[in-house]
Design a protein around this ligand. Structure first.
Ligand code: HEC
Ligand code: HEC
Length: 405
């Protein structure tokens, strides 16, 4: 179980990305996340085994957190930033494996500040539904028990489901009725699609690559709470400001999650072969650029590059089939932008770019390369505008910086 947990946390899910403020104390939490414009925030918790400041939840409580979002530190409340709405669909076995791995992490002492959630404190935990109900159509889970979508191997109600292909197929947010040619695909392709779906929907590709008004899903309390917007699923457009400490190593100041399955998305391009995708992930860079730019933070390619070929292939199959088979009529098709490169002088930029440094202006829009030639916004860096044939840095009040395209 520890090995399975290590695989999930090192290769698939970047828990540490949010739960590590100080790289010398991995998984010790302390990253502050603003949750509104009024100054309210939550802080990621210490997941290490430190008895005083670390994870004190029992295994059952941990599973409950992952499946319902229950915030044991703030009674009656729900976790707001923690992506439990994705993790809840993992098998209980996988959740327990993650717990087993966390329990053997070296203890790191790190006191976590209390949250200040403001009005959002009113939202309580959400029981795990017995059916998948976050997408375009509601589906039953295999086998349909509320707490354990797929029983552990050897249990009396176990369904053989290697790679969780059945569960993955059930938790796919889009409607199969809008994929008329899917049923004509071979059994192998459909299984690969299901396994890929389990990885994608647990690995959070969706949450980063889906954006409606700055959110990956509907977070307004009410009947549609947690619903994933089918028209925007995996069409990208979420901006990320790269933490200053990473500017120089990555030479990126701002990035934008890319359109993956929309009509003009990455996986709908003719030259997106498995090899091209595997090279992008494996080299952590856009090999098609000269010189190749590193892939923009926070895309966890450094995790995905550790995946066995078969898993990466399943993810590719999942994306490619959605790109090809799903009827995109009415779906948002975003022309997403490449990362804005970080610079301190023109020498850091491409030959046809200049370095924008205006010390009087807001830091968040400073130190970025601007192209001197463009025909549309899509030719510019993330959130930049093409104005009179040249890219322009956004103003610090530009909505794109917070809610994206
Ligand atoms: C997008 C950032 C993000 C990711 C990714 C993330 N977390 Fe969290 N997590 C948080 C934040 C922030 C909190 C606490 C506050 C909140 O969300 O309201 C939290 C809270 C938790 C808690 C509650 C701890 C307690 O003491 O009550 C657990 C357990 C947890 N995370 C485990 C995980 C695991 C395991 C993973 C990976 C499978 C993970 N998190 C991935 C941001 C994240
Ligand atoms: C934490 C957020 C995050 C997660 C999780 C994430 N991505 Fe990304 N992804 C990004 C960002 C930001 C970019 C833009 C980086 C760039 O352009 O260099 C990106 C870029 C990409 C690209 C490059 C597309 C292009 O046009 O060059 C691909 C392909 C991709 N992601 C696939 C995936 C897949 C598949 C998963 C899940 C297995 C995933 N991403 C998970 C944030 C994320």
């Amino acid at each position: 179980m520890i090995n399975r947990g290590a695989f999930l946390l090192n290769d698939v899910i970047d828990c540490g990305g949010c739960h590590t403020a100080d790289p010398s104390k991995p998984f010790a939490g302390g990253v502050k996340f603003p949750i509104d414009d009024a100054g309210h925030f939550v802080t990621s918790r210490n997941l290490t085994s430190d008895p005083a400041t670390g994870l004190t939840l029992t295994e059952d409580q941990f599973v409950e957190v992952m499946q319902t979002g229950r915030d044991f530190s703030n009674p009656g409340q729900v976790l707001l930033v923690m992506p439990w709405p994705n993790f809840r669909w993992m098998t209980t076995d996988d959740l327990k494996s993650i717990y087993a791995f966390l329990k053997v992490l070296p203890a790191q002492s790190n006191v976590i500040a209390a949250d200040d959630k403001g009005p959002a404190a009113a939202q309580g935990p959400v029981p795990l539904p017995s059916q998948y109900d976050e997408g375009e159509e509601t589906r039953s889970l295999p086998p349909a028990t509320a707490t354990d979508p797929i029983a552990p191997p050897g249990a009396s109600n176990a369904v053989p489901d290697p790679g969780h292909a059945l569960l993955g197929a059930a938790i796919m947010p889009l409607a199969y009725s809008k994929m008329p040619s899917f049923s004509k695909r071979s059994a192998e392709e459909q299984e690969s699609f299901g396994r890929g779906s389990y990885l994608v929907n647990a690995a959070l590709c969706g949450d980063c690559h889906t954006n409606v008004g700055g959110q990956p899903r509907d977070l307004t309390p009410g009947p549609d709470f947690l619903k994933i917007p089918a028209d925007a699923y995996l069409t990208g457009g979420t901006p990320y400001t790269v933490p200053p400490a990473l500017n120089t190593p990555l030479m990126v100041t701002r990035s934008m999650s890319q359109n993956l399955i929309g009509t003009s998305g990455y996986f709908n391009k003719d030259d997106t072969t498995y090899l091209a995708f595997a090279t992008l992930i494996g080299t952590l860079s856009h090999a098609d650029d000269t010189p190749p730019l590193s892939i923009g933070w926070p895309m966890p390619a450094g995790h995905f590059r550790n995946l066995p070929d078969q898993d990466l292939m399943d993810i590719y199959t999942y994306m490619k089939i959605l790109a090809e088979d799903y009827d995109h009529t009415g779906q948002v098709d975003k022309l997403t932008q490449d990362p804005a490169r970080y610079c301190t002088s023109n020498a850091d930029c491409q030959p046809d770019q200049t370095c924008f440094v205006d010390t009087s202006s807001d830091k968040s829009v400073n130190n970025q390369c601007l192209s001197t030639t463009c025909t549309a916004d899509v030719d510019c860096g993330a959130c930049q505008k093409c104005t009179n044939g040249a890219c322009q840095a956004p103003s610090s009040t530009d909505a794109c910086l917070t809610t994206g395209l």
